[in-house]
Structure formats: structure tokens, C-alpha cells
Design a protein around this ligand. Sequence first.
Ligand code: HEM
Length: 185
Amino acid sequence: MPARRPVTHFEETSDGPWRVVGMAAITGSPLKPLDFLTVVDRTLERAPQDDDWPLRGMASYGRYVSLAERKTLEARQPMLGRPEATRAALIPIAKSATWWDLAQDERRAIFERSAHIHTGLGYLPAIARRLYQSRDLGEPFDFLTWFEYAPDDGPAFGELLSRLRDTEEWQYVVREVDIRLERTS
Ligand code: HEM
């Protein structure tokens, strides 16, 4: 039997490695507060233990990236886990039924008009990112987005978020929770 692909779990711990320093419901309902978080890959999914945590998602293939964009991204994007990147953000997002009813080319057109990749590229290599898909796992969110950055790049990250939240794409966001973290060691 082929090995099952790992499912990344964002789950509560008692002591780190990430301390939650802020949590805000930007759109829709909040999540249960927690003090510490870890990010672990598990081959076998555990049954949901709680109403909110763990949140689960899978790193997956690109749905919208062109070859040229992929090459630019690969050249500019840093790895996760850089020692200086002691701040992180976990931003779970759900999009509306209207979004999911659109055809792939319509979604890509909105993504492009919103200049998501173009805008995001301007913040690389300061921000390291990973996108996890959750929708097909029957999770409460469609995406779990994860970002790591140095403390000095916090303001730039905030600017990036407000630019994206102002776009046509974000009109389809029905739930978004912004969780900020600091590495404990
Ligand atoms: C740091 C700079 C960023 C870059 C370079 C970037 C780049 C990308 C790229 C290339 C994709 C397409 C993935 C695919 O083809 O499936 C994507 C998707 C996505 N990004 Fe970003 N992004 C950035 C920041 C952000 C931020 C700050 C957020 C907000 C929390 C965000 C939320 C998302 C979401 C939710 C998707 C999935 C969209 C969908 O499939 O409908 N991104 N991003």
C-alpha cells in the first residue's frame, strides 16, 4: 500500500514551541483561545478531539501558479525555520459557497485581478510562508496559512495583510482568524 501523505496538525500544547501572543477574529466566529501551539505532521489522522483544535491541513500542489510565477517564487521564497524568524502567524481562512461554485478559470481571474502573487512577492524574502489545504479534509476552514518572520518585519507583514484584505479576492472570505505567535526558545 502506498504511504499516506502527512496531515499537518496545529495543536495545543502546554509549553510551546510557539506562544500565542494575539488572536483576533477578523471575519466570522472566533476560535477557542489557547496559550501554546505546535505544528506536527502525522501520517495517521487522529480523530477530532475538540470543537476547534487541532486544525488540520495538507501542503498541496499549486492551483493557480503559472510556470513563470513558480520560478520567481522558488528564487525568492525563504525556508521555514530560519533562526531569526521568531514571530509567526497562523491565519485560517474559509471562502464562501459562491467562491467554490465558480469555475477554476474564474477563480484564477479574481486571484490575478487581486494581484495576490504580485503583492506577496514584494514581501519576500522577509516573510516565509506555507499554504495548507483543509477543505477536502472536512475541516472548518478551507485553508490554513502559516507565515514566519523576524520581529523587525512585523510591520511589513501587517501592511501586506491590509493590502490583501482590501482586494476583490477577500470579498469571498467568510471566516478569518488572525493568530500571532512568538517562538518560546
Ligand atoms: C508573503 C507573501 C505571499 C505570497 C508570495 C503568497 C503567494 C501565494 C500563492 C502563490 C498562492 C497560490 C497557491 C496555489 O497556486 O494554490 C497563494 C494562495 C493563498 N494565499 Fe497567499 N501569498 C502571500 C501572502 C498571503 C497572506 C498574508 C495571506 C493571508 C492570510 C495569504 C492567503 C492565501 C490563501 C488563503 C491562499 C489560497 C487561495 C485559494 O486557493 O483560494 N497569502 N498565495
